[in-house]
Design a protein. Structure first.
Length: 195
């Protein structure tokens, strides 16, 4: 089982990104000219024991999963995996099935009756099963390998009509990409100032 904590050991801009509430898609979109969602896979899948426990499913391991890369100006930034019980994917969370290349945030933050549990954080260690899966998916979709030894990740459970949806986001882009937007604007302003 993965060790998820209520705090993150990441520092600087990355820490602010990990701890930020609200829509990650909206925040990423604000940092570039073009935000896009690349769907990697979607459909019926076996859940890990960690995911089943987080969803409160006990031994039930059949779920519905959606994996995507979130890109800004073509650059892959985040690997995201959303899972729910298979029955809930045709019930309370059926809207996830029809998202296509739209962000999950269109459902999570624009509809009423959805609650969110606090964020939990971890570092995906090199060669752990989840890190290997993320790295392989990233390399296949982006065409470039992940070079970081440990990948910072966060997750939270959203609930609608009593049904849980677990959303995990892995901040796999290289560290320099995680400047907080205000810091980036400040740096650009200083660079433009005449001397």
């Amino acid at each position: 089982m993965m060790a998820w904590k209520t705090f993150t050991s990441s520092r600087g801009g990355l820490r602010r990104w990990l701890q930020a509430s609200g829509s990650l898609s909206a925040r990423l979109s604000a940092t570039g000219e073009h935000f896009s969602v690349q769907v990697l896979c979607q459909g019926r899948q076996a859940l890990t024991s960690d995911e089943a426990t987080a969803l409160g499913l006990g031994v039930q391991r059949t779920g519905y999963a959606r994996e995507v890369l979130l890109r800004v100006d073509g650059k892959p930034m985040v690997f995201a995996r959303s899972v729910t019980a298979y029955g809930d994917s045709v019930g309370a969370w059926r809207s996830v099935r029809g998202l296509g290349s739209r962000p999950l945030a269109d459902v999570l933050f624009k509809r009423s009756g959805i609650t969110r549990q606090p964020l939990a954080f971890t570092q995906l260690k090199r060669q752990s099963p989840l890190q290997r899966h993320v790295a392989a998916s990233w390399h296949c979709a982006a065409g470039t390998p992940i070079t970081r030894a440990a990948l910072p990740a966060r997750r939270s459970v959203f609930t609608r009509h009593g049904a849980a949806l677990l959303v995990m986001e892995v901040f796999a882009a290289a560290a320099p990409h995680w400047t907080w937007p205000e810091d980036a604007n400040s740096t650009r302003s200083k660079q433009r100032r005449p001397t």
